[in-house]
Design a protein around this ligand. Structure first.
Ligand code: T4K
Length: 369
């Protein structure tokens, strides 16, 4: 049996030679950052690939989300409806903008925001909704937009997990006012560190450009208090190389995912999220639920796998609303489904180059229990 450490994911990388060849011109140009030619090329290529009207590259997914919220210029103390069943970045981005997160419960069938519970949470202070396409499970974008239109709210999707996904043949970045992607090393498409914002209103491009480049508009002109959140040329080149191999990456993940699912479905006490028939999915994660009729609790299975060199992850436990920095600070809202999922979720290793005997070992261990 495979005795190597099996991690939850492994960064996709282009062939070494391909990357080395691609970065060679930098040794002539010495141009390494500040919206260089590769930054511009990747921005164009991603805009086309994701089939969105506009796209802005950012240094990472978190800053992309934080700056997008900042660009909307909400009044301080405004309320933002979001979910706690996510990576801590989503909540941080709201709070670091001096806004208040209002945690809405999620749906058990896919872990996305429960659109039926949003309206009850809206007050005169609500300014936006920040839903998360968690694991690439697509939120109910239509229902969310109807609510947003009715109350004049902005919608910013945390689409960190949703690279390459289409919903009803539309790129996922076309919904809401903006969608934020992460290109972190652990993501299905990576630029080492990186992120992007997709949107339809070009004015946002200008605002993000300012915010990610110190607000500099000319050698002697700074118009606003921006940050530094530019992607550098080496990261952009990594992105250009990885983008060439993205379809192969999806296909390799898909066969592995489907094999896993076929095997896991047979096991009593293990269940999976429902797949959305209108979606072309990206197979970025393999989340499973360890139910009460399984022979072990989620935590016991996590430890057991770890003892056998399989490093699954509890994405996302605890809920962000329960983290030390946020606990008891915001409106108390019933989060029964979020808690239920968070207590039972386990994300198993999945990536394009994951060896088949590693997958077989993981399934064997889960079945053996
Ligand atoms: N919103 C959501 C919903 C997100 O999930 C994220 C990020 C964001 C926003 C923010 O986007 P970024 O600012 O990160 O672009 C990881 C990632 O660091 C984080 O990007 C990701 N979500 C989160 C879900 O997972 P950790 O703490 O689990 O990462 P770490 O270092 O334990 O790595 C996990 C596994 O990945 C390792 O066991 C092996 C593999 N790995 C890791 C690294 C760092 C590689 O193969 N190569 C690598 O370079 O957070």
């Amino acid at each position: 049996m495979n005795d190597k450490k099996i991690l939850v994911t492994q960064s996709s990388m282009p062939p070494y030679i391909e990357f080395i060849e691609a970065i060679k011109p930098l040794w002539d140009s010495h141009w390494l950052t500040n919206m260089g030619e590769y930054h511009q090329e990747l921005e164009r290529n991603l805009k086309d690939y994701l089939a969105v009207p506009h796209l802005s590259l950012v240094v990472n997914g978190h800053m992309a989300l934080e700056l997008t919220i900042q660009a909307m210029r909400f009044p301080e103390g405004g309320e933002v409806i979001t979910t706690p069943f996510t990576f801590i970045s989503t909540t941080h981005a709201i709070v670091r903008n001096r806004l208040k997160p209002v945690f809405c419960d999620v749906k058990l069938e896919d872990g996305t925001i429960d659109e039926a519970k949003i309206e009850n949470l809206i007050t005169e202070h609500t300014v936006a909704i920040v839903p998360v396409h968690v694991y690439g499970n697509v939120c109910n974008v239509e229902a969310i937009q109807i609510i947003a239109n009715k109350y004049n709210l902005k919608v910013i999707y945390d689409a960190a997990h949703a690279f390459g996904i289409t919903y009803k043949h539309n790129g996922i970045g076309n919904y809401g006012d903006a969608s934020v992607f992460s290109f972190h090393a652990t993501k299905v498409f990576n630029t080492v560190e990186g992120g992007a914002v997709a949107f339809s209103d070009y004015k946002l491009y200008e605002k993000l450009y300012n915010l990610k480049n110190f607000g500099i508009r000319g050698e002697e002109l700074v118009t606003e208090i921006g940050a530094n959140a530019k992607m550098n040329e080496l990261c952009a080149i990594m992105g250009l190389c990885n983008l060439k191999n993205i379809e192969k990456n999806f296909a390799e993940r898909k066969v592995r995912y489907e094999y896993y699912v076929e095997q896991l479905r047979e096991i009593r006490g293990i269940s999976l999220f429902e797949s959305n028939p209108h979606t072309r999915w990206n197979y970025a994660y393999l989340p499973i639920l360890i139910n009460d009729d399984y022979a072990m609790s989620r935590d016991e299975l996590y430890e057991y796998l770890k003892d056998n060199n399989v490093f699954s992850r509890k994405y996302f436990y605890p809920l962000t609303s329960d983290q030390a920095c946020f606990k008891n600070k915001y409106r108390e809202i019933e989060l029964d489904h979020s808690r239920w999922l968070s207590d039972r979720i386990l994300v198993l290793p999945l990536y394009g180059e994951l060896e088949w005997d590693a997958i077989k070992k993981i399934i064997y261990l889960i079945k053996k229990v």
